[in-house]
Design a protein around this ligand. Structure first.
Ligand code: PBG
Length: 331
């Protein structure tokens, strides 16, 4: 006999109906963002070996996939581009006929009410794979120049808006880029273009598979002079505060699973629409374990998505978005 016979939490777990009735956190298809990789270098879909179920697509394939996903209930896509040629100044990132710009136009034609979000960064477009402009110093050192990088990011964001992007999402972690992008968008007549800032983005090993998918691995060094140290939570809050002050409409925490504490604190402190990025490594771990039969892919994925919502995420960016939306419909 329990010490307090009338206190029995299990009462509310007794049947599926009771559990449904008292469930605190629900997943809804409207809250997922599906990332797409669009390559100028291919003539047909190219599977990404480290991310089962993910492929690089041509512009035409991306438009078709986006329309199909929209029909299944996907509300938003996030676009990454792989240009035919890279250079020191990432010129493909802000070319009006660049791969992302063309993909935005094609997707908007194929699925006009799909929310099109573009990743604004330079790493897929620079020959060295860094997210900014590199200055090489004597002795082999290299520095990432902040303000010169911001100038190029601004050009990329405006060209995405001109192509028809609803939301631009700077993921580079340079200082001051949100304010600069906001001012430039307003000046160019895009006052309604939304900024989703990768505000708290950590230097993470979980991005490994993405670098195969987006062909944007740094050719030397790492990203630790611009992405955050995974040990720092206070700093993440300062970064989010700055991006909001500069005009970010939505803020993102990235990666997800290993940073749920950050997500919770960002949501509680700022009470703004907050996104989380379930990144490539998190996705690939799940896929690998599921392929071995060690984890139930569907149950585990839904558990993780629920954890994101419970921790405070309003939006979830995940390569599993299409699967999740299908599973939610089946429940
Ligand atoms: C571009 C960018 C990266 C990711 C999103 N935007 C790679 C990086 O910062 O190295 C990672 C996404 C993922 O791992 O799924 N800077």
């Amino acid at each position: 006999m329990p010490a307090f016979p009338s206190v029995r939490p299990r009462r509310l777990r007794a049947t599926p109906a009771l559990r449904d009735l008292v469930r605190e956190t629900l997943l809804h298809p409207d809250d997922f963002v599906w990332p797409l990789f669009i390559s100028e270098k291919i003539s047909a879909r190219q599977p990404v070996s480290s991310m089962p179920g993910v492929a690089q697509l041509t512009v035409e394939e991306a438009a078709a996939e986006a329309a199909a996903a929209r029909a299944e209930g996907v509300r938003a896509v996030l676009l990454f581009g792989i240009p035919a040629a890279k250079d020191e100044h990432a010129s493909g990132a802000y070319a009006d006929d660049g791969v992302v710009q063309r993909a935005v136009r094609a997707i908007k034609r194929a699925a006009p009410d799909l929310v099109v979000i573009t990743d604004v960064c330079l790493c897929e477009y620079t020959s060295h794979g860094h997210c900014g402009v590199v200055e090489r110093e004597a002795g082999g050192h290299a520095r990432i120049l902040n303000d010169q990088s911001v100038d190029l990011l601004v050009r990329a964001a405006v060209s995405h808006a001109r192509a028809g992007a609803d939301v631009v999402a700077p993921s580079d972690m340079m200082d001051g880029r949100v304010g600069a992008i906001r001012a430039a968008l307003d000046h160019a007549g895009f006052a309604d273009t939304v900024i989703l800032s990768y505000a708290a983005k950590f230097a993470s090993s979980f991005y490994g598979p993405f670098r195969e998918a987006a062909e944007g691995a740094p050719q030397f060094g790492d990203r630790r002079t611009y992405q955050m140290d995974s040990a720092n939570a206070e700093e993440a809050l300062r970064e989010v505060a700055l991006d909001l002050a500069e005009g970010a409409d939505l803020v993102m925490v990235k990666p997800g699973l290993a940073y749920l504490d950050i997500l919770r604190r960002v949501k509680e402190r700022f009470q703004r629409p907050t996104a989380v990025y379930h990144v490539s490594g998190e996705y690939s771990m799940l896929k690998a374990a599921a392929a071995q039969g060690w984890l139930d892919e569907r149950a585990t994925t839904l558990e993780i998505m629920t954890a994101f919502r419970r921790a405070g995420a309003d939006l979830i960016v995940t390569y599993a978005a299409r699967d999740v939306i299908r599973w939610l419909r089946e429940i």
